[in-house]
Design a protein around this ligand. Structure first.
Ligand code: SF4
Ligand code: SF4
Length: 465
């Protein structure tokens, strides 16, 4: 189908894309590391419970921890080896997370589920759950829950926006695995009993838009290049014109959204019975020698990934897991990838702003760009004064999607996201029963956001991909 243009949405910013660093690098399979450490916290809900013991041999793809609750997901070994330890280690956010350590044993045993041919909707739903698939766009929400919506869904939107600067792994996947993503989307549509499939792709990826125009059953929608176009609520509005209200879910407006990488994982799980234990991610930034898009085993250390990319080009000012807008700044390389890790960025001091915060200028720019029409400066002001009720009331914090747009634009470099998360934590504690609706996917496992790429005096990037 010929691509159509999406709607305009309020707010957002135009950060330097920096995608030219890695967008032409084909996906490379990184060899399996000698040792992996797989976190039990791989989804939005509770950590999974280990089902292996120290000393036990496991095959690649074998389950090592079982989901604990609906919003949790099964966890699998990504290599064939021996469990050497199960212990708490500091995760990317600096908080303790339980990990299962596995050392390769030189064998090549693999586990997979039986492949499914012409599966029924129920078989697809079961397989998505069995394979431990979660939203790979960063949210980590179990896909098994999304394919069982509480209300009737009539539209499936495949999210191919990849609006975060630097990240290009979805771009490469859309180019190199077009048919597989399309087939994965069809499986999801079948599970949802939906006939209308649309894929939203940012205008800076014309090659991907063209690639998806060849299908008669998938409608490509061109998204204008702006951040956070890939935010779920923004994407739904751009593609369908429907608005998802505060505390509401996409299914409330008849929509389900799945990232392109998630569609690919669903394809592999259904077609080949493959559990989710590896994913593509982008390694970029000017401080790494070789910028790449890699297929990486879940549980690989950042150190192994950086070494595989030739090491540091220069001492990085910041190392970020994820994208620069919503990712986490890492203290060191002893951090292990999760199912949701979409990027590792090594940024030089010209790429990462290290400015200290100064007092608020009352310029209002943060409110001008907020895609949710919020008043982040009020949240920051009242929360720093300890008046959390006013922070909630005058900042309208409950609707925040934690996109980081306000902090990016703030000329005073105010730590707005930190204030927002503090206020939301207050709200969540106060109204526990409704807490899950306030807990956005972005809240899971995140500490203070990474510093966004600096705006070079308003100059446009030389090539933003
Ligand atoms: S982080 Fe929240 S307050 Fe800031 S721009 Fe995004 S939605 Fe608005
Ligand atoms: S953009 Fe920054 S300086 Fe301007 S009003 Fe918002 S918080 Fe204050």
């Amino acid at each position: 189908m010929k691509a159509v243009k999406g709607k305009y949405y309020f707010g957002g910013v135009h950060p330097r894309g920096m995608k030219y660093l890695s967008k032409d690098a084909p996906i490379e399979v990184m060899p399996a590391p000698e040792t992996i450490a797989v976190s039990l916290s791989q989804s939005l809900g509770k950590p999974a419970k280990p089902v292996v013991e120290t000393g036990q041999e496991v095959a690649e793809g074998e389950i090592i921890a079982r989901a604990d609750g609906i919003i949790s997901s099964d966890v699998f070994s990504s290599i064939c080896g021996v469990v050497t330890d199960i212990k708490d280690v500091k995760g990317a956010c600096g908080t303790d997370e339980k990990f299962i350590f596995i050392k390769a044993n030189g064998k090549d045993d693999k586990f997979s589920f039986p492949p499914l041919s012409d599966p029924s909707p129920e078989e697809i739903k079961d397989r998505i759950k069995q394979a431990g698939i979660v939203g790979l766009g960063g949210a980590g929400f179990p896909s098994a829950v999304k394919v069982c919506p509480h209300s009737r869904v009539d539209t499936l939107i495949v999210n191919g926006a990849e609006c975060e600067p630097y990240l290009t792994c979805d771009h490469r996947l859309m180019l190199e695995r077009t048919d597989e993503i399309a087939e994965g989307a069809r499986y999801i549509a079948k599970a949802l009993n939906v006939a209308d499939i649309k894929i939203g792709i940012e205008a800076n990826k014309p090659d991907c838009i063209k690639a998806f125009e060849k299908y008669s059953d998938i409608q490509p929608v061109i998204l204008r290049k702006k951040y956070p176009t890939g935010g779920e609520k923004q994407l739904i509005y751009i593609v369908t014109g429907r608005k998802v209200g505060v505390g509401r879910l996409p299914a409330d407006v008849g929509v389900a959204v799945f990232n392109v990488a998630t569609c690919f994982a669903v394809y592999e799980a259904v077609k080949f019975g493959k559990p989710l234990y590896e994913r593509t991610l982008t390694v970029s930034g000017k401080a790494v020698k070789q910028q790449k898009n890699l297929l990486v085993k879940v549980g690989t250390s950042v150190k192994d990934i950086v070494d595989y990319c030739g090491g540091e080009n220069s001492a990085p000012k910041k190392v970020i897991q994820g994208g620069p807008m919503t990712g986490v700044a890492l203290a060191d390389y002893a951090i292990y990838t999760h199912k949701t890790t979409s990027g590792i960025l090594l940024m030089t001091d010209t790429e990462a702003s290290a400015d200290e915060p100064t007092p608020c200028l009352n310029c209002g720019k943060c409110a001008d760009v907020c895609p949710m029409h919020l008043m982040p400066m009020n949240t920051a002001f009242y929360s720093s004064a300890g008046d959390m009720e006013s922070a909630v009331k005058y900042g309208k914090t409950a609707s925040c999607i934690e996109c980081g747009t306000c902090e990016y634009i703030c000329p005073a470099k105010r730590p707005l996201i930190q204030a927002i998360r503090k206020t939301k934590a207050y709200l969540i504690n106060k109204i526990t029963p409704q807490a899950e609706s306030l807990r956005t996917p972005d809240q899971k496992g995140r500490s203070a956001p990474a510093v966004p790429p600096s705006v070079k005096n308003g100059k446009k990037e030389e090539n933003n991909g």
